[in-house]
Design a protein. Structure first.
Length: 326
């Protein structure tokens, strides 16, 4: 049996779909699973256990110049690759028109079907054409965690129960001598209203330094690099601004850490997938939808307008006490 997952973006959404692959492979161990994803996120999908082939596309870039010669050539190559295999099931986990159209491009084996979300779930993007482009549209409970949404869609499409356990299956190459003493502070996010005040990061970093930790500061944009450098300057020699890394190398770097404190962002979701001690900071009451599901090793902290340093510190002490996964 050959199955195609269509989950194109964004970073957190891609991570949230990984447990569905682990469920699927456990229920159907002979199945071969391919995954279509935006090229920028492909290095992460290639590290997801159970994914045989990662099919990269660049819809975001192609839409900017749809009639360009290079765009047309790249689209033809992508289409030919996607149609070079016949799929018994195509699972659109995105719920958008663009993902529905990509699912339509894929070639079905005799008797194969395309499955998609049949309804909008609370707080998630959804476009009605996705159900019209599929052979089977599956309605999901409207108030559901993003991880569970993909798991339930796959399980109901392919006829197996959602297992009680949860695995992301994200592989990373951490050092063999165990976790380091660095705590990564994920301060960057795509939305300014999800940020935590810079002074709070400095205050938290100072507390971590007094506990013997070092501080790692990643960045994915020029503005985030500048913020990392300002925080590092305030913290002194115990803080290091990381170089900008592609996602695979960044996952390795995170895996070497003692833990992560971060805002609601893709990197924080990677930390969850790596089963690291982690505190996730929320300025909005949305942790029920995207936050960590392991209440022992990983915790969400929510307050408006933003959580206090004390609240985040108490959460960190709790997850630190539990320690890393065995």
């Amino acid at each position: 049996m050959r199955i195609l997952i269509v989950k194109l973006s964004s970073l957190g959404d891609v991570v949230h779909a990984m447990p569905a692959v682990q469920d699927l492979r456990a229920a159907l161990p002979q199945a071969q699973v391919d995954w279509v994803v935006e090229k920028g996120f492909a290095p992460l999908v290639t590290r997801c256990e159970g994914v045989a082939t990662t099919v990269a596309c660049e819809l975001r870039r192609w839409r900017k110049a749809p009639l360009a010669t290079s765009t047309r050539a790249e689209w033809r190559a992508f289409r030919e690759l996607l149609r070079s295999r016949a799929y018994d099931a195509v699972l659109d986990l995105q719920g958008l028109t663009k993902s529905g159209l990509v699912a339509r491009v894929a070639r079905l084996a005799p008797g194969g079907k395309r499955y998609a979300l049949g309804n909008r779930t609370e707080g998630s993007s959804y476009e009605a054409p996705t159900r019209w482009l599929a052979d089977v549209a599956i309605d999901i409970e409207p108030r559901v965690h993003a991880v569970q949404r993909s798991r339930e869609l796959c399980a109901r499409a392919l006829g197996y129960p959602v297992p009680p356990g949860l695995r992301f299956g994200l592989r990373a190459q951490a050092p063999t001598d165990g976790p380091g003493r660095a705590v990564c502070l994920v301060h960057g996010t795509s939305r300014a209203d999800k940020c935590w005040p810079e002074a709070h990061w400095v205050a938290l970093g100072q507390r971590l330094l007094t506990r013997g930790f070092t501080i790692g500061l990643p960045h994915g944009s020029e503005a985030e690099r500048e913020r990392s450098e300002r925080i590092a300057a305030e913290l002194g020699g115990g803080a290091q601004v990381w170089p900008r890394l592609e996602l695979g190398a960044l996952a390795d770097r995170l895996a070497s850490c003692a833990g992560v404190v971060g805002v609601d962002s893709g990197l924080s979701h990677i930390a969850v997938a790596l089963d690291l001690p982690h505190v996730q900071i929320y300025n909005f009451d949305t942790a029920w939808r995207t936050g960590p599901l392991d209440a022992l090793r990983q915790r969400a902290v929510y307050a408006q307008p933003t959580p206090s340093v004390d609240a985040v510190w108490q959460a960190w002490q709790a997850v630190e006490a539990v320690g890393p996964a065995p």
